[in-house]
Design a protein around this ligand. Structure first.
Ligand SMILES: [Zn+2]
Length: 431
């Protein structure tokens, strides 16, 4: 029997259908949120839904759902809403979204659903090329945010020594990594860069250190070429990009053989890529929004969840040979993050890619403001110590002009003037 990540297309689709049928008939029949939604959408009962879908062929005709639906449900039915397949006493895990875009959304898991998330991580570790000898460090403040909880426990289950790094300074984390000879680091791209900066200040040579791989998540940076190259060269290690969401769990990961893209774990979910306006399926090679139906997050499942993340399905087979859907270039941006600057639509991740390509940038912040009809687009750069400031500023200014065809006001700020981040960076400010 093949490993779940190595199934053929036909085998994967058979697994999806089997799991979806179990989900709808056995799990969702007791879930008030989905029962109501089936009835309101005119699809009838859970049994009717599986019949009407004709396998999974007609899943695309079922209504989509979004974060707002669950926020509204939790507002009406506090504190957890009604997307619960079991009585509350059956749940053992609470996580919540970071709340960057509104009130945090709470998400509960049963022990069975949580085990499935750990299993998803074991698949991802194999895809990423983690070996039995690897030791994991998690330079991460574990809190109610789901980030890396399941990765930590999944790595423990797979038999790896795992180092928790909560409540420590960046310097102490670097010593934890070095003293214990950690080989794999799990953190955000922003924090990988921050640790590299602290290492430079403390004259620690990361490139000759023990870390050989960084599994990064929480921001698009892992697949943004400029960011990725900077992390890889500072650490002398390979970046592996990963994507997941509180509402979905761990869903996608980069394989060793195919850098610059991520495979979706299609045994855990059904992924669709649709036009964000019409919700019609887009063909491989074209950009669309990722919709996810979770198959094994049974305590609080979602059907056709709008992630808001824009992706492109790779139309070429991956060199690793896996049949799993591959998102070319990773997560390309979020539909609601798109900036319009003087008529140009740009993603923050594309701007970051340009800025990171210029050497000598320690940190940056972009301030977007409207004055009369003209958008102001200013970039503050904190150069690394000893960098030729004028050259760095000119490089950033030219990069933005050449890539996006608009002029940015680029200025320098002093050392330590810009904020540093441990989780997701907040470098784009609207005024
Ligand atoms: Zn691959």
């Amino acid at each position: 029997m093949s490993l779940p990540e190595d199934l053929s297309r036909e085998e994967l689709e058979a697994v999806q259908l089997e799991r979806f049928t179990v989900l709808v008939q056995d799990v969702l029949s007791g879930n008030a949120f989905w029962k109501k939604r089936f009835e309101e959408s005119g699809w009838g009962s859970a049994v009717d839904v599986t019949t009407r879908l004709d396998g999974l062929r007609l899943l695309s005709e079922f209504p989509v759902c979004s974060k707002q639906d669950f926020v509204a449900d939790q507002d009406e039915n506090p504190p957890y809403g009604t997307n619960l397949s079991e009585p509350l006493s059956g749940y053992t895990r609470l996580h919540q979204t970071s709340g960057t875009t509104g009130r945090p959304l709470r998400w509960l898991d049963t022990p069975a659903a949580w085990r499935n998330l750990l299993d998803a991580w074991s698949q991802m570790f194999r895809i990423a090329g983690v070996t039995a000898e690897d030791r994991f460090a998690f330079p991460f403040s574990f809190g109610p945010f789901i980030g890396f909880w399941a990765a930590f426990e999944g790595a423990v289950e797979s038999g790896h020594l795992c180092l928790p790094g909560g409540g420590m300074s960046s310097g102490a984390r670097l010593r934890l990594i070095e003293d214990n000879q950690a080989t794999v680091l799990c953190c955000t791209p922003t924090y990988a860069l921050r640790l590299a900066e602290v290492a430079r200040e403390e004259a620690v040579d990361l490139a000759s250190g023990s870390v050989r791989m960084l599994i990064v998540a929480g921001e698009p940076g892992g697949s943004v070429p400029g960011v990725r190259e900077e992390i890889e060269s500072a650490w002398g290690a390979r970046v592996i990009d990963h994507w997941g969401m509180t509402e979905l769990g761990p869903i996608a990961v980069e394989c060793v053989e195919g850098p610059g893209g991520m495979h979706v774990l299609e045994g855990e979910c059904v992924a669709e890529i649709v036009d964000p306006d019409t919700l019609e399926k887009v063909p491989p090679g074209e950009q669309g929004e990722l919709l996810v139906t979770t198959l094994r997050r049974t305590g609080s499942p979602v059907l056709r969840y709008r992630t808001g993340d824009l992706v492109v399905a790779d139309s070429e087979p991956c060199p690793c040979g896996r049949a799993l859907l591959r998102l070319k270039g990773g997560i390309l941006g979020r539909a609601d993050d798109m900036l319009t600057v003087r008529g140009n639509n740009v993603f923050p991740s594309s701007i970051e890619a340009v800025i990171r390509r210029v050497s000598g940038v320690a940190e940056f912040r972009v301030v977007i403001g409207s004055e009369s009809a003209l958008d102001r687009f200013s970039v503050e750069i904190e150069p690394v110590a000893g960098a030729a400031v004028d050259e760095v500023l000119a490089g950033v200014e030219a990069g933005i002009r050449e890539t996006f065809n608009f002029q940015a006001e680029v200025s320098a700020v002093g050392p330590g003037q810009l904020p540093r981040f441990e989780l997701k960076g907040r470098r784009f400010v609207r005024k």
